[in-house]
Write a new protein. Structure first.
Length: 231
């Protein structure tokens, strides 16, 4: 006798929480996420279907496999995962659980998801993030990104939070926590017009890049003057 799991038919998709690393395609035209555990080798879009990481022919989530998207029920449980050293740069995702799913005590394993919001933590220096910058690692065809403030972003491949939301599409909302970990310093929505926090973040990012270029020009000028004195 085989036991059947109880079937659920919710009136609207369940909500779950997870952490992931934001990624940017090599050509800078697409944005998405990559997981922090089993499925980390397969970047996914804001609206995407799961696939079996083992290459098996079944459709996730298979009962005798651990394939499929994963999330937890409780936001605090997902936030706790960002306390570990290897996950400090991950962003917090709020997702809609779509398609078939299997419910567990702490969360879901499921076939399809939509990422509704992505919340970036502070920059590694502790200041609030205004952009997502090259983290120094990635996947084939994708650069991993990390939250960065206006000063630390200079000289690195980066996109503003608003630009990441636009590239990701599907109405993704991107929020940035403050330097003390408080959420809500900025909330940016793909497809929406520029808001005051968005314009402030863009201005800070442009100013940081301008400061960096000016410092490089000053160094070149000093080097040129030194060479002239030696001649």
């Amino acid at each position: 006798m085989r036991l059947r799991l109880p079937a659920e038919r919710p009136t609207e998709p369940p909500t779950g929480y997870k952490i992931a690393h934001p990624v940017l395609s090599r050509d800078g035209t697409r944005a998405g996420f990559t997981g922090v555990s089993l499925g980390g080798a397969l970047p996914y879009a804001v609206l995407d279907d799961a696939s079996c990481v083992y290459g098996r022919g079944h459709r996730p989530p298979a009962r005798r496999c651990d394939c499929g998207f994963h999330c937890v029920h409780d936001r605090a449980a997902a936030e706790d995962l960002r306390c570990t050293a290897e996950h400090r740069a991950a962003v917090l995702l709020e997702v809609s659980v779509l398609g078939a799913y299997i419910r567990f005590e702490r969360g879901f394993r499921y076939a399809r998801q939509r990422v509704r919001t992505a919340t970036a933590g502070p920059c590694g220096c502790g200041a609030g993030a205004v952009a997502l910058a090259d983290a120094g690692w990635g996947r084939p065809g994708w650069r991993a990104l990390t939250p960065a403030c206006a000063l630390c972003v200079r000289g690195r491949t980066s996109v503003s939070l608003a630009e990441f939301a636009r590239l990701a599409g599907h109405g993704l909302r991107v929020a940035a926590e403050g330097g003390t970990g408080r959420p809500g310093t900025a909330e940016l929505v793909s497809g929406a017009g520029p808001s005051v926090p968005e314009l402030v973040a863009e201005a800070a990012l442009l100013q940081a890049r301008l400061d960096w270029f000016q410092s490089q020009l000053a160094r070149l000028g000093e080097r040129g003057a030194g060479d002239g004195a030696q001649g």
